[in-house]
Design a protein around this ligand. Structure first.
Ligand SMILES: C[S@@+](CC[C@H](N)C(=O)[O-])C[C@H]1O[C@@H](n2cnc3c(N)ncnc32)[C@H](O)[C@@H]1O
Length: 272
């Protein structure tokens, strides 16, 4: 299994449903921000870095059109296998999938008009270096669009419940499981400035998760094998306690409650 050492989540079919839920929740907001930024991707070379199971990649490929192209990069072969299958099912022939660490992007000989990356930098030891690697592949006048976590504390469920607050305490430990700057979203604007970007547009995003199946999949993450093992190994929880907390949160998600996704930043800048 290929997985970055600092990646606390499972990859491949084990995490497919959770990533599908994430895409159902976030893609409309991603596409909306793209539209409002009036970025036309048709005929363009687009890069999707840390593409995961490729659902957003497919959307980008539709926008790039048959005379454009998307290069989708991920460190995990398992993720890319799912992403390829998804693209094939939609008969998208303008995507090239490359298995590569973001820190080795220089191996790709391309100048892209648009570089996109969502929820990758949270899992990278040196996120500013990764951003610079993305920037190197961007043409002058091209755009860099990142979406990254700002806060887990801002998440809530209404009505309030112990089942939810117990679950939130678990998820809030995720940033402590690996030595990465998990809430990198807070620093992105400064990083864009430091790289000399122009016309930086940004907004805070925190969707509600209204679909019950998406809510369940999203909250099941606390019993994913990789996260469970780290939480137990570091002495935060026993397996029984974790399974109990997750089961109660999942039951709650079936009720008529208001639940949010984590807070994150969307930011687009133009390369000077
Ligand atoms: C949370 S997922 C997000 C996937 C996708 N961008 C989305 O929003 O649906 C993060 C992805 O980054 C990939 N990843 C983790 N570390 C990486 C690295 N060093 N280089 C490239 N990809 C990496 C993981 O394999 C995973 O597919």
């Amino acid at each position: 299994m290929t997985r970055a050492k600092t990646y606390t989540l499972p990859v491949g079919t084990e995490d497919e449903k959770r990533l599908q839920a994430l895409n159902h929740i976030c893609n409309p907001y991603t596409l909306d921000f793209l539209d409002r930024s009036v970025l036309d991707l048709s005929h363009k070379v687009v890069l999707d870095v840390g593409c995961g199971i490729g659902m957003m990649t497919a959307e980008l490929a539709k926008r790039a059109g048959p005379r454009g192209k998307v290069i989708a990069v991920d460190i995990s072969e398992e993720q890319l296998a799912i992403a390829r299958n998804y693209a094939d099912k939609q008969q998208l022939n303008n995507i090239e999938f490359i298995c590569l660490d973001v820190n080795s992007l220089a191996q790709i000989d391309v100048r892209a008009a648009f570089v996109y990356s969502r929820f990758l930098l949270e899992h990278i030891k040196e996120p500013y270096h990764a951003l610079q690697e993305m920037n190197k592949l961007l043409k002058q006048g091209g755009h860099l669009f990142c979406e990254n976590a700002i806060s887990y504390e801002a998440m809530f469920c209404m009505p309030e419940s112990i089942a939810y607050s117990d679950w939130q305490k678990v998820i809030m430990l995720q940033p402590k499981l690996h030595d990465t700057e998990f809430f990198i979203g807070k620093n992105l604007y400064n990083h864009y400035l430091a790289m000399g970007f122009n016309a930086i547009g940004y907004q805070l995003q925190q969707p509600f998760i209204s679909n019950v199946e998406d809510r369940i999949q999203f909250h099941l993450v606390t019993q994913s094998k990789t996260m469970q093992e780290l939480l137990i190994e570091k002495g935060y929880y026993t397996r029984e306690k974790l399974l109990d907390i997750t089961a109660k949160a999942v039951e709650l998600m079936k009720e008529d409650v208001l639940v949010t996704f984590p807070q994150y930043i969307q930011i687009i800048g133009e390369k000077a």
